[in-house]
Design a protein around this ligand. Structure first.
Ligand SMILES: Cc1cc2nc3c(=O)[nH]c(=O)nc-3n(C[C@H](O)[C@H](O)[C@H](O)COP(=O)(O)OP(=O)(O)OC[C@H]3O[C@@H](n4cnc5c(N)ncnc54)[C@H](O)[C@@H]3O)c2cc1C
Length: 598
């Protein structure tokens, strides 16, 4: 088999926020060789699409924000299933990381006093999201990319990693192919950081870019790392529902943060009917108080119910549609036009204005948007050490959306972008330490590489076999039907059976390697099937409803399940499911939660 070989100390897979932040940290030491590999172009990673902002207790707005309140909000939003240590680190370090991003060159929106402006988002007690209008991800990527390139990283664009290798119990390398010419490259490395993002592409109605196929989850699983919390796929309450060609495209929570309200077909502001008891202290139960908060009177008043956590709002919209009170195309109406002036909307939400104007012919400064739930973000992922981000496999690190632990059963909006900064930095730092302690580069077995290439080439030019795009469509339909927002035992079982059948299907693609999109679809399919099975099996095991995971047959919390994470391991050819007790929350942190609950 023909392939090129490169040797690096640290290989970073992914050039989104997490990968780039890791690269900046790792290249602080000029004696190590660092490469970044991404399957799209530099600057095109999914992070670029982030809109609303990044959450950090900078305390630039009203209220008295600090890491403790951020800690409490994240734990509560995640239904207390998060890894407390990760939540504490994130709450304590995110403000510093945001200020540092500004030092790297990010130009945030400002308050009248010249501080970084922060906008309110669901589940955050205070206005906490530092942002650049509704194009925050673009500024983040631009800044990190400039910095990383100037630090001297080697970048391999449009290279897709398809397999990881170990030498004994250590990570040792990765195989990839170039998406343009199909040629193979082997990277030998002492440490590898996976920063490959999410897996929204398991669903048909979803918000992710084409990259979100769960490659990192599948790569890590195949090489023996553990996956955790995979049942928790966040369905964002507000995706576009019309026109059909753009169904699922995200409508940022920033619209509600800026005062947008949700109404049903009767014009009723229905979120007042869906306030859970646990949020009664945080959320206004009448229009007068909610409106006063939007107008800026935030010390005395509770925030609008539209800013409840995403799991609550998504289910409320579904309920309205089920009760025949949905919008014309099966969602709800999101109205900012009657709350804010056209100038304000265009200044704070320019991308939303253009998105609706161009894609749906709707002027959001005059008319309401139609919105409904869409698969958005996977809280689950690779189980990592909370301090170092190292997985169970020595030398294999993970951060960003591909890693699990911070968000528990439900992520608060804005916490992902600071997750990338905080834990991306830590991945870079600890991978650097690890690589420097590693005397020689571990080796990769040539036979294993040959076998991996053979496996990749298998569908090329086959006479008979399924079209990988068709199998992908069947998978997405299955996931939406059996593992969507509301789940039930028999349905999930059906879903698992279909996924297992799809896994057995032989696929055929045209016999060439240059720009072969069907071949790329085959590679994506393998990752999508693995993460879909992981999601379905975890959903079956969690016999309760918590956060983003709702079981119609187990509608309430189960106390025992609230104390465990669901873990998935590769055992031979089987996906083994087990339960792992959550680490005990220390008394000082429990006191913080109790303090802000009163
Ligand atoms: C529309 C939208 C808006 C959002 N807005 C916000 C927001 O306002 N605030 C917030 O906190 N969160 C937001 N999120 C979530 C957030 O954007 C993501 O969780 C985050 O950007 C993920 O970053 P990442 O660095 O983990 O991965 P990504 O940015 O997804 O990057 C993944 C990288 O890995 C590479 N890659 C993947 N697989 C391979 C492979 N096999 N080989 C080589 N390279 C590979 C990709 O090419 C890419 O470079 C939003 C999400 C969406 C969908």
């Amino acid at each position: 088999m023909n392939y090129e070989t490169h040797n690096y100390d640290i290989l970073i897979v992914g050039a989104g926020g997490a990968g780039l932040r890791a690269a900046i940290e790792a290249t602080n030491d000029k004696s190590v060789k660092v490469a970044v590999v991404c399957k799209s172009l530099l600057g095109k990673a999914h992070t670029v699409m982030a809109e609303g902002g990044m959450a950090a207790s900078l305390d630039n707005m009203e209220g008295e924000d600090n890491w403790e309140v951020h800690f409490r909000d994240t734990m509560k939003g995640g239904k207390f299933l998060s890894n407390w240590e990760m939540v504490e680190i994130h709450a304590k370090e995110s403000a510093e990381r945001v200020r540092e991003l500004e030092e790297f060159g990010a130009v945030f929106d400002r308050t009248e006093d010249g501080d970084i402006h922060q906008r309110p988002f669901g589940g955050h007690t205070f206005a906490r999201l530092a942002h650049v209008a509704d194009r925050t991800g673009l500024e983040m990527i631009r800044t990190l990319q400039d910095k990383a390139v100037h630090q001297g990283i080697d970048v391999f664009m449009e290279y897709r990693i398809t397999k990881l290798f170990k030498d004994g119990d250590r990570i040792s390398g990765a195989l990839c192919y170039n998406r343009n010419d199909g040629k193979f490259t082997l990277f030998q490395a002492k440490a590898i950081i996976l920063a490959t993002g999410g897996c929204g592409k398991c669903f048909a109605v979803q918000t992710n870019s084409w990259e979100g196929t769960g490659d990192g989850h599948a790569l890590a699983y195949e090489v023996g790392a553990e996956l955790m919390d995979m049942e928790f796929m966040q369905f964002h309450p507000t995706g576009m529902v019309w026109p059909l060609s753009v169904k699922g495209v995200l409508v940022t929570e920033g619209v509600r943060g800026e005062g947008g309200i949700l109404k049903n077909s009767r014009g009723e502001r229905f979120m007042f009917n869906y306030i859970p008891d646990s949020f009664k202290n945080d959320v206004a139960d009448n229009e007068e108080e909610a409106n006063a908060w939007v107008k800026g009177d935030r010390q005395k008043n509770r925030k609008p119910p539209e800013l409840l956590t995403r799991d609550v709002v998504a289910k409320a919209i579904l309920e309205e549609v089920k009760a025949d009170r949905g919008s014309k195309h099966g969602g709800a109406y999101l109205d900012i036009a009657s709350e804010q002036s056209p100038d304000y909307i265009k200044k704070r939400l320019p991308s939303m204005y253009h998105q609706f104007m161009r894609l749906a012919d709707v002027d959001i400064t005059k008319d309401p948007m139609e919105v409904g739930p869409t698969a958005h973000y996977i809280m689950g992922g690779i189980k990592v050490n909370p301090q170092t981000t190292e997985s169970k496999i020595k030398g294999l690190f993970a951060s960003g959306e591909v890693a699990a632990g911070l968000h528990g059963a439900n992520r608060l909006g804005g916490n992902s972008l600071t997750d990338l900064l905080v834990f991306g930095k830590r991945s870079g730092e600890y991978a650097l330490k690890y690589a420097k302690n590693c005397e020689k580069t571990p080796s990769v077995s040539k036979e294993e590489v040959d076998r991996a290439i053979e496996e990749l080439l298998k569908p090329l030019g086959k006479e008979e076999g399924e079209n990988p795009f068709t199998v992908q469509s069947e998978l997405k339909e299955t996931m939406g039907k059996y593992c969507g927002i509301i789940r039930e035992e028999k349905e999930i079982e059906k879903g698992i059976k279909i996924i297992e059948e799809l896994m057995k299907k032989e696929v055929a693609v045209p016999d060439h390697r240059d720009l072969n999109t069907a071949w790329h679809a085959y590679v994506s399919l393998k990752s999508l099937l693995t993460v879909s099975l992981a999601l379905a099996k975890s959903a079956l095991a969690r016999k309760e409803s918590r956060g983003a995971h709702t079981r119609s047959d187990y509608p309430g919390y189960d106390e025992a399940l609230g104390k465990v994470n669901i873990i998935l391991n590769k055992s031979g050819e089987d996906m083994k499911v087990s339960k792992n007790p959550l680490p005990q929350l220390p008394e000082n942190l429990q006191k913080i939660i109790d303090k802000y609950e009163q």
